[in-house]
Design a protein around this ligand. Structure first.
Ligand SMILES: NC(=O)c1ccc[n+]([C@@H]2O[C@H](COP(=O)([O-])OP(=O)(O)OC[C@H]3O[C@@H](n4cnc5c(N)ncnc54)[C@H](OP(=O)(O)O)[C@@H]3O)[C@@H](O)[C@H]2O)c1
Length: 239
């Protein structure tokens, strides 16, 4: 009986490559995307790699969560792994970000994934070995913003909403891990590195497949580690 995985934001980029690698390892994957056409096209492209099914999930629209989870329950009876990968970059630094942009950023990258996790718990509790993978970022670490946030990557103008949403995801990881530890549900965050995709405006130096490696490791490991933050090379990093 293969493990059942749900990966959000999986029609492209790191999530798409994570689905491909998980299928090649023999897992059953629910590929979630917010856009029907993109999700169906991605699922068709990966169909020869294994058992892949499309579900529509928009992290800003809670109404899309339950139908997707209900379908997984009806077809599989459980969920072994939830990968909260969906995310996007939003413009604006701390001096000028528009309130609506900030709200959309937090809804997309933090509140939606946290709510989806809450609603997926009953299905995860039906697994013998449940895992939750939060796809965070180096931009969610306080170390990233030391000295006012000037970095080679961001040229001294770090986007506020993205860093805030990923720092919040790190908080959520630690708190979910603590709350679910006694039930044996493991919750870890990871940084896929600086990846060539829309989020990095295609300036990243790593391929999406390389970015997916740490996600796949955390999705498939039998390690008891929980409440940890892992870098793209598998090393543990500070929050
Ligand atoms: N690229 C990097 O350097 C980097 C570094 C650290 C962390 N990350 C994180 O890695 C994850 C994957 O990003 P990526 O680099 O693969 O970027 P990407 O190629 O832009 O993929 C992002 C995915 O998230 C989806 N998405 C965006 N908003 C959504 C919403 N409201 N509901 C559902 N899905 C939504 C996108 O769907 P659409 O195609 O419909 O827009 C797409 O499938 C993100 O969480 C990102 O923050 C990336």
């Amino acid at each position: 009986m293969s493990d059942v995985v749900l990966v959000t934001g999986a029609n492209t980029g790191i999530g798409f490559e994570a689905v491909r690698a998980l299928l090649q390892k023999g897992l059953t994957v629910y590929l979630a995307a917010r856009d029907n056409a993109k999700g169906e096209a991605a699922t068709a492209e990966l169909a020869s790699d294994g058992q892949v099914h499309f579900v529509r999930i928009d992290t800003t629209d809670e109404a899309t969560f339950k139908p997707a989870l209900d379908r997984i329950e009806a077809e599989q009876g459980r969920l072994d792994v939830l990968v909260n990968n969906a995310g996007a970059a939003f413009p604006g630094n701390v001096l000028d970000i528009e309130p609506d942009v900030l709200r959309l950023c937090l809804e997309t990258n933090l509140h939606g994934p946290v709510r989806l996790t809450q609603l997926a718990l009953p299905l995860l509790r039906k697994s013998q070995s449940a895992r939750i993978v939060m796809v965070s970022s180096g931009a969610g670490r306080f170390a990233f913003f030391e000295g006012g946030g000037g970095s080679k990557v961001l040229s001294g103008k770090p986007p506020y909403g993205y860093g805030l949403s990923k720092a919040g995801m790190n908080v959520a990881t630690a708190l979910f891990a603590g709350a679910l530890k006694d039930e044996g549900i493991r919750v870890n965050a990871c940084n896929p590195g600086y990846v060539n995709s829309l989020v990095s405006r295609f300036m990243g130096t790593r391929t999406p497949a390389q970015g997916a490696e740490i996600i796949v490791d955390l999705a498939t490991t039998q390690s008891e580690a929980t409440g940890k933050f892992f870098d793209y090379d598998g090393s543990e990093i500070s929050w």
